[in-house]
Write a protein that binds this ligand. Structure first.
Ligand code: PLP
Length: 392
C-alpha cells in the first residue's frame, strides 16, 4: 500500500540496512526508547529474563560500551555513566549515607563537591567533618555513625597526592567506605580501587573526554554497590546523552597517550616555573619540593603525575590578574584537561563558593593560579608563560 508523504517521512530509514559488514566504530544509539515486538518480550526484559534495552534512562548500548571500558581499565566490577561529574559524586555519596550519618571529607576539594557535602547533605541531617587529610591524623574524627570518607586523589587546586592506601586501611578499620574522586589522576596514573577505595567517581568532562566538548560523570565500584547506585540514579535521572557517551568512548581510545603527554609537559612547565622569580611557589606532585612527592612516587603508575599544577604569584592577587591578562593563546577558563593549555583562578571559579575563612583554611590564596597543561609543544607553552611573566 502506497504510504502518504507524512508517513514515509516518519517511518522510512528507521532500520539499519541489511549488511554482511558492520560499522568499525561504535554506532551511536541515539534513541530515548526501544521498540518491542510484543508484550511478552517487554516483560522478559523487565524481569531480567532476556537481555534488552527499554528506555535510555535505564540503559543504552553506548552507556554500556563506556562502562565496559571504564570498569576494565579501573579494575572494578561495574560502572555507571551520568550527565555530569557532580551527578556521579552526588549519587556516590547519597548511596552510602542516610539521615543521622556522619562523613569525613578532605578540606581541599573541588568547590562543587565541597558545597554539596556542606549544604545538600546537611539538608538530610548528615554531619560532616572537613579535615586536612594530608597533615592530620583522621583517626580521631571517626564517630560510631561515620559511614564515608571522601577525598580526591590529587587535591584541587593544591595538587597534593593523598595516601589512598593508608586512608583505605583506616577507613575500613572504622567500618566506613572510602569514596575517591580520581578526576585529576585518571586510571592511567592511579587506580584507587586497587589501593583499597570502595567507589571511584569521575568528572569525565575532564581528562576522560579531554576535548572540552562534553559534560559527563562516571562511577566505578563492585557489582553490589553499582546495583544500589543504579537504583537511585534511575529515580534522580541524570542521564547521559548517548551522543556524549559516544564522544567519551572516542576520547578514551587516546587516554593513555594524552595523559602521558599532559604529564610530561606539566613536569617540564612546573620545573621552569619553579625557577622564575615572579612565582613564589609551584604546586605539582611530581616536583621533589612537593610535600607529597613520596606518596605520589609510591602510588602513581608509570612515574606520571598528571597535567595539573598551580602557582602562587609573588605579586599576589594583582600579579595573578596581570598574568591572566598577559597570556595570549593560553585561555582563562573555569575548567581543565582539554588539549590546549588553560588557566583558572580558583578563588573566583572552582572555589568561588568558599568564603574567605574557608579559602584561608584550605590554603587557597588570592595569588593562586591553576594551570591545565595541554598537548602543545612544551617550548611554546614555556615561551608564552615566560613572556607573560616578564611583563608583570
Ligand atoms: N571533580 C573535580 C575534581 C572537578 O574539577 C570537577 C569540575 O570541575 C567536578 C568534580 C565536577 O564535575 P562536572 O563539572 O563534570 O559536574
Amino acid at each position: 500500500m502506497e504510504k502518504s508523504f507524512a508517513s514515509k517521512l516518519i517511518h522510512l530509514g528507521e532500520k539499519y540496512p541489511e549488511s554482511v559488514s558492520r560499522s568499525k566504530s561504535l554506532p551511536i544509539t541515539m534513541t530515548s526508547v526501544f521498540a518491542f515486538d510484543d508484550v511478552e518480550t517487554l516483560d522478559k526484559v523487565y524481569e531480567g529474563e532476556a537481555k534488552g534495552y527499554i528506555y535510555t534512562r535505564n540503559g543504552n548500548p553506548v552507556h554500556d560500551a563506556l562502562s565496559e571500558i571504564m570498569f576494565n581499565i579501573e579494575e572494578g566490577e561495574d560502572a555507571l555513566v551520568y550527565s555530569s561529574g557532580m551527578a556521579a559524586i552526588a549519587l556516590s555519596l547519597i548511596s552510602q549515607l542516610k539521615t543521622g550519618d556522619h562523613i569525613i571529607a578532605a578540606n581541599v576539594l573541588y568547590g562543587g563537591s565541597f558545597q554539596f557535602i556542606k549544604t545538600e547533605l546537611a539538608r538530610f541531617n548528615i554531619e560532616v567533618s572537613f579535615v586536612d587529610i594530608i597533615n592530620e591524623d583522621i583517626t580521631e574524627y571517626f564517630r560510631p555513625n561515620t559511614k564515608v570518607v571522601y577525598v580526591e586523589t590529587i587535591s584541587n587546586p593544591l595538587m597534593e597526592a593523598v595516601d589512598l592506601e593508608k586512608l583505605a586501611d583506616i577507613t575500613h578499620q572504622n567500618n566506613a567506605k572510602l569514596i575517591v574522586d580520581n578526576t585529576f589522576a585518571t586510571p592511567i596514573i592511579c587506580q584507587p580501587l586497587l589501593l583499597g577505595a570502595d567507589i571511584v567517581a569521575y568528572s569525565a568532562t575532564k581528562y576522560l573526554c579531554g576535548h572540552s566538548d562534553v559534560t559527563a560523570g562516571i562511577i566505578v565500584a563492585n557489582k553490589e554497590t553499582i546495583r544500589k547506585i543504579y537504583a537511585s540514579g534511575l529515580l534522580y535521572g541524570p542521564t547521559m546523552s548517548p551522543f556524549d557517551a559516544w564522544l567519551v568512548v572516542r576520547s578514551l581510545r587516546t587516554l593513555e597517550l594524552r595523559v602521558k603527554q599532559h604529564s610530561e609537559n606539566a613536569l617540564k612547565l612546573a620545573q621552569y616555573l619553579e625557577g622564575n622569580s615572579k612565582i613564589s611557589k609551584v604546586y605539582y606532585p611530581g616536583l621533589s619540593s612537593s610535600p607529597t612527592f613520596g606518596v605520589a612516587k609510591r602510588l602513581f603508575n608509570n612515574n606520571l603525575f598528571g597535567g595539573m599544577l598551580s602557582i602562587d604569584l609573588a605579586g599576589g592577587e594583582k600579579g595573578a590578574y596581570e598574568l591572566l591578562r598577559n597570556l595570549e593563546t593560553i585561555n582563562f577558563v573555569p575548567s581543565l584537561a582539554g588539549v590546549s593549555t588553560s588557566t583558572s583562578y580558583p578563588a573566583k571559579t572552582s572555589h568561588r563558593s568558599l568564603n574567605d575563612e574557608e579559602l584561608r583554611k584550605a590554603n587557597i590564596s588570592k595569588g593562586l593560579i591553576r594551570i591545565s597543561t595541554g598537548l602543545e609543544s612544551i617550548h611554546d607553552i614555556i615561551e608564552e608563560f615566560d613572556m607573560a611573566l616578564a611583563k608583570i
